[in-house]
Design a protein around this ligand. Sequence first.
Ligand code: AHR
Length: 797
Amino acid sequence: MKHVPLASVSRFLLATAIAALPALAGETSISVDLGKTGHQVSPLLWGVFFEDINLSADGGLYPELVRNRSFEGDDALQYWSIQSADGTDSGKCSIGDAKPLNAHNRSHLRVKSASDSVLENGGYWGMNLVAGDEYLFNVAIRGSDYKGALTVQLCDASGNALDSGKVSGIGAKWQVHSLTLKPSKSDPAGKLRILAPGGGEVSLDMISLMPAKTWKGHGLRTDLAESMNALKPAFFRFPGGCWVEGDDMAHAYRWKETIGDVATRTPRYNVWGYTATQGLGYHEYLQLAEDLGAEPLFCVNVGMSHTESEPMDRMGAWVQDALDAIEYANGPVDSVWGSLRAKHGHPEPFNLRYIEIGNENGGPDYAARWPLFEKAIKAKYPEITLIANDWEGSHPKNPMPEIVDEHYYETPEAFMRKSTLFDGYDRKGPKVFVGEYAATKRAGQGNLRAALGEAAFMTGLERNSDVVAMAAYAPLFTNVNHRAWNPDLINFDSSTCYGIPSYHVQQLFSLNTGDVTLPIEVRCEEIAQPEPSGMIGLGTWNTQAEFKDIRVTALDGRVLFRPDFSNGIGGWTFGGNGDWSVKDGVLRQSAAQPRVRAIIGDKSWKDYTVELKARKISGREGFTVLFHNQDIEGRTSWNIGGWDNRYSGLGLGDMGERKALSVETGRWYDVKLELAGNRVRCWLDGKIIHDFQRPALTTKTLYASATRDTNSGDVILKVVNTSASPTETALDLKGLAGATEAKATVLTSADPSDENSLKEPSKVAPKTESFAIAGGSFTRTFPGNSFSVIRLPGVKK
Ligand code: AHR
């Protein structure tokens, strides 16, 4: 299992910026001195991070409608249904590799049927067919004595043809045939059907169906690209994340395999559980950054994957890849790589200026590899800004990077507390790129509370944007049918999409940045966090495991839950792409997929013990017991044999601990947890592994920041009210004389656990109102659980 490194604490040297003071009895106030200015807000502060995770490229932004178009690797015949015309499996279709389409696309589909064959592909949980729109069908075909023609149909979900065309003239050599099809009716769950009459053999490859209309004509799904564009990102980090690293070096990202003819791009199995076509390749990422008007930020592999590092004497190729990537993006059209960029339709340079070396890598291997890149890139391209991962501390002699990337996945409350994290950072050290952050724990599938936690954190990023140069929420997208990571900013299915409440927070910050900070003082109350409660659960990560003899008992002795599975696995809620079954009273999880879990119980269960037996059957890790979770997305857990079966990890949302531990395959373990208030104890085979006492934690009612937009003179105040009740607040904007009309945009909802969904995409959405103020001192009541952006127009210094 992959986990983010913790930020280095040694950088907490200076204390500056916000003054947050306890409220005098009953008084909550915010004061801003309009006569004084702080520092420049980083112009690159709010950007986006795109990773091919959760089927966000294939099946999402890259609108190939056919799933498994090229029959490579593990996908083989997957996602295709192949039958003879009478409805029985013809059994005459197979994967062929003789005389491939090209050297990089070795496999194809052989249809050997003597009788008629019907091939069907339903895409990524349905193809979005829109009546009257054009769809471009392409296929590479090679026949062997094949006399007939293929019929290609766009069908609705029930199989009725909505348009069709014929592919004829099939010769003995590979040839690409194209059709333009126009469905007569719309169906978001459409499919593609190919009818191959018998009478010879035909080989098919690169079977593709794409909408003709794409965003800015550059091949991307319009609604998804527009939802990203509406965030007005200042930068665009790509292509990952863990995707860049790969589980091993053989699966690490190589940009050179992702350019040019899509038929020659190597599909790659990625850490998020699917094979990616790489149709969204390096060139398309650069083009997308340009179309978004965002600074491209390319993250290269540093020669390290999740499980391996490239030997030092083979690092030359990886460093050269980074240099060549820069030449591809920026080099003259007569350079080796620049000429390819021109050939691919973009003679002008893309102006790539930011390169990140590695993702979440650290330790001695990173320390040895970072300087190789630094030296080579700075020697040839001194103008490129380099971003490092875990740089500080582990290798003091290495050159200091301009920017260091830090990632945070926390509870909403931890984000609130982290609003002051950067106040004390050393202003002489590297700048910070908060390259990934999101409330992932106790956050549902992205609820209002999570968004408020992030908003509180973001007030701190903005206030400290002299040192925090850039920040991006992560991940950006998920196909709702393949949620490998949760939450995700933009959720979509085949035809629609919506932003979670955090999306609105991101957008409100981005559209209301301002360019200079204003000193702000907030007086408010502290809120004590309640003791944890919630359901239990079981989980695995790329591992098959079994569980039995499960018993949950309240500390007062009442048995809360004791399943014997005689009625199967009814009542459990499942998450991830697991495969659960019951046999002889034993619950088994058989899928080798990341973050598989099943939960059951009551949200109000508080002080209790969990006892069970668990054994690992096969795979990379051990097993996980969940507790105190409010829903299937909860992450409070004891991970026994996590991190490639190297550690026991207690994850309590805001905190936890890790100890060295591995589990044996095939051995039943006795697992016991005791949860009493803020104390958690865990035993394995009767031996205590964790005894953890959470401190009582607090958060504040209000978090706020203030900036000015110099061009318009607007003063922009951002205020997060984390309390459940409306908070009457005395505002004092020193230096504001006279009446003015202010504008407030407020994001709130009836309950902090409220979420948006495909059915209710705008349940939690901002609303804007105007209000008059008589002068700089006024009172405003911030609704409970709200984020407000207040703009005071044209207030000159
Ligand atoms: O954003 C999801 C993942 O979280 C990224 O791939 C990785 O960098 C981090 O661990």
